[in-house]
Write a protein that binds this ligand. Sequence first.
Ligand SMILES: [Zn+2]
Length: 271
Amino acid sequence: MQSNEDPELSSLKAILIRHGITEVIPVRNAAGIGWARKRLAGEGTYKITRSIVRQIMQSRGLDPTILDAYQASRRSSYEPGTVHGAFTIERIIPPTLERPHRMFEVRCQCGARMTRWYGEILKNRHGCKACYTKVMIARWSRTEEVPHDFWRRLNLSAEQRGLAVTVTSVGLWELFTRQRMTCALSGVPLTLYATPGDPRTASLDRIEPEIGYLPGNVQWVHKDINRAKQMFSQDQFIALCRSVAEHQATLSGQGLHESHRSATSCDDTKA
Ligand SMILES: [Zn+2]
């Protein structure tokens, strides 16, 4: 989500309004910041030069160097090496006609490098997406319940299938942390609280499918595992997975996979 708000323009506007100048508006242009003035009658604005802005300020008894000082301080505060929240600026990318504002090559606290405009540097105090996710997980790890939508859906579908639910939302969260937020069968990490780009993968499995959601009969598994397991008991499923894995190991031990692969790649090169 890209916000249209330009923090530098808003701050400049605020300075002018504070000095009683409401008809002059700073605008973003290819050179950085330009100026416009509200029409005396009707809607809209017209462009004015920097020297007219100075004249207006002087006519109100203001020192026009306020703006110069302000803009200089803004520029220097984004010099390479300066730190803004989780980001350190490494390089300034000057504006172009297509992109009328400066961009910054920044380094996140985690060491990752990326390009940001300063609106994003100001807003993302937690850093890059990975760091932000970490902060959110830390926040949620204090949570003592499963997500509300998950809990509601679980109860609804159990009711429709005539299954008893005697576990609690708190109990399920405790089980999730006891499982170290990983799948009980495959050990892969699970997501219970989804974030943009990181959908929920945790799924609640009944060990004995005929029995409802009772303490001791539930475990957190990856949703793909749950789907694959559906028609089997846990023992049958594990036995099935084991024979697949063992057979595959035997095949690669005999080099069958290798010969098959090289045969395929030969075909590829011919085609
Ligand atoms: Zn980061």
